[in-house]
Design a protein around this ligand. Sequence first.
Ligand code: GDD
Length: 344
Amino acid sequence: MQTALITGVAGQDGSYLADLLLEKGYTVYGMYVASTRMNSSQVCLAFDNIKHLHGNKQFIPVSGNLMDLRSVEIVIEQAKPDEIYNLAAQSHVKRSETEPEVTRNTNAYGVDRILYAARKIVPNAKFYQASTSEMFGNAKAPQDENTPFAPVSPYGEAKLFAHQLVKDNREKGFFTVGGILFNHESERRGMSFVTRKITYGLAGIKLGFENHLSLGNLDAKRDWGHSKDYVRAMWLMLQNKTPIDYVISTGETHSVREFIEAAAQVLDINIEWKGAGVEEIGMWNNKPIIKIDQSFYRTREINVLCGNSAKAQNELGWKPEIGFKKLAEMMTKNDLSLRNKQGY
Ligand code: GDD
């Protein structure tokens, strides 16, 4: 039986990957960052995304932090994994502008630490690193494995540093891959990412809990897929005979504005756009429900991300099953029922 270690297990990707590997019969060690809020025998219950794993004997939550080498060594010594999926990160791009050191410490040096510990303790383990399309910056779309990297945020820079470490380790003979994943979202997405902010916010407006939603740049375009599809690609990359980095994307790009419209349609909200730039507002029933707040703008924005995942589709047999419209619909319906239940 295979054993996997997933860092960042309580995140959207970590939790879907845990579900997938458990289904496949793996024993899964899930690394999370502990806090005094939680009771160590009830860790799963402290995180929404892994609540359903509480009591699952094949799932073992382990406390560890990429900022602390010794803690990572202890986790790897305990788990002795065949496969390591390093998904833990400071994953918010905007936050990396105001917390660049935390971002580098986790997303760059943290990867150095876990690679060091893995090589020392389980040199034959296969290692997956969550690399990202953010490394491309404003390189010409569509981006693929041959597109030169040009990050524009501390987040993207730190991720690129880690991607290079993964490559260096591979050249030294270790099975290490960096999956270059484009944006992927879901019903388990963190609330501060734009898609979830939109679906949760619009659901609240529809139910009369909120008057409006404040957003930043509506014209940025992203290639959005569903996290469930993307964790399957992570697993496939580690089942490959040789370690190769792949781009994972849907190949379709849409603006933030289009995502708002797709979510609004699910709620029968007809948005009428007025004005431009920071003065733009989205109106519904003669009320402003979308406003622009400059504080959500990025210092340096990536204007268009659109990936070409042909290599992964041909060589791994991977393909995305959930497209843009379906993604917006699933997230919106989920948030409508969540907010209904919450009653606020
Ligand atoms: N978060 C956020 N909040 N973004 C906004 C907002 C807002 O209020 N208004 C507009 N945006 C725009 C951002 O400027 C950006 O262009 C786009 O929405 C997407 O922002 P995010 O959802 O925060 O995602 P991201 O593209 O910056 O980064 C995500 O994808 C990367 C892969 O390319 C994250 O998941 C990263 O961790 C991941 O690596």
